[in-house]
Design a protein around this ligand. Sequence first.
Ligand code: SAM
Length: 277
Amino acid sequence: MENLSPAEQYLQDAHRRLPGVTSAMFGALPARTRHAQYASSYALLASCVPTAATAQTVLDLACGDGYLLKLLAERRRSPLRLVGVDMSQSELDAASAALPGDVTLLNERAQTLSLGTGSVDVVISHMALMLMRDIEQVLSEIRRVLRPRGRLAAIVGRSFLQGEVREIFMEVFRPIAREHLSHLPFGDRRTSTEDGWIELLGREFQNIEFEDVEIEWAPSPDELWNSLLGTYDIDRMAEAPRERLRAALLQRLSRLQQSDGTIRAGWGLRLITAQAA
Ligand SMILES: C[S@@+](CC[C@H](N)C(=O)[O-])C[C@H]1O[C@@H](n2cnc3c(N)ncnc32)[C@H](O)[C@@H]1O
């Protein structure tokens, strides 16, 4: 793959070392919107793919290890044609091992898709669009491959941890990161707000809607730290500052431990749905 930005090179390297890291983090955590509760944020996105009697092509953009595609592949007597795209071959290898042979997996960047114009009914994407540079080009590609009035449903990050755990994390993380973490910009800042998404999607999509998604998570301190090791900024830290972060964080979080030893943490995600204009 040519002309990868430093952030994309890092992502490729990280997902080579840690394939399946995202589904390991979110696959078993319940997700809640204002209207309903789901087994996970993947199950919520899967519910955005209609159960249709006629064949539909569904593209999972940046599919990782195929966790979301697997939920769709397991639908009974489903006429779905499933396609996954990712730029990490290690993630695609994991997906290929987990998915039925009729799921198409493509090693491509979302900025330049090989899929035909108007060939897809639904594009889904879990925790990936906010990482992508040239997001306008990515959205134009999504629009191009979607048929008119085809649907986009994406889950992106909204809040790294929640509540008091987030406050403590930020207090401990920021000074260490300022001193020890090189700046590596992922994605486009507009993907962090609803206004930004309206600006990005407004030209080529209609019926744009947002839902806050709350991920419930009550880990033990060790579980919390082990999950954080799979997040990009902490993964990028050298060993010594990372150990300083671990020690300071676990010490500060200990007062939040409940009688069963867990801490009320959580993640804030955002569901975006839109229709190709
Ligand atoms: C946080 S992981 C999410 C993976 C999967 N969707 C999930 O939730 O389990 C981000 C994924 O996006 C992929 N990715 C990032 N930028 C990409 C791009 N421009 N084109 C294709 N894949 C990309 C990475 O390789 C990685 O697999």
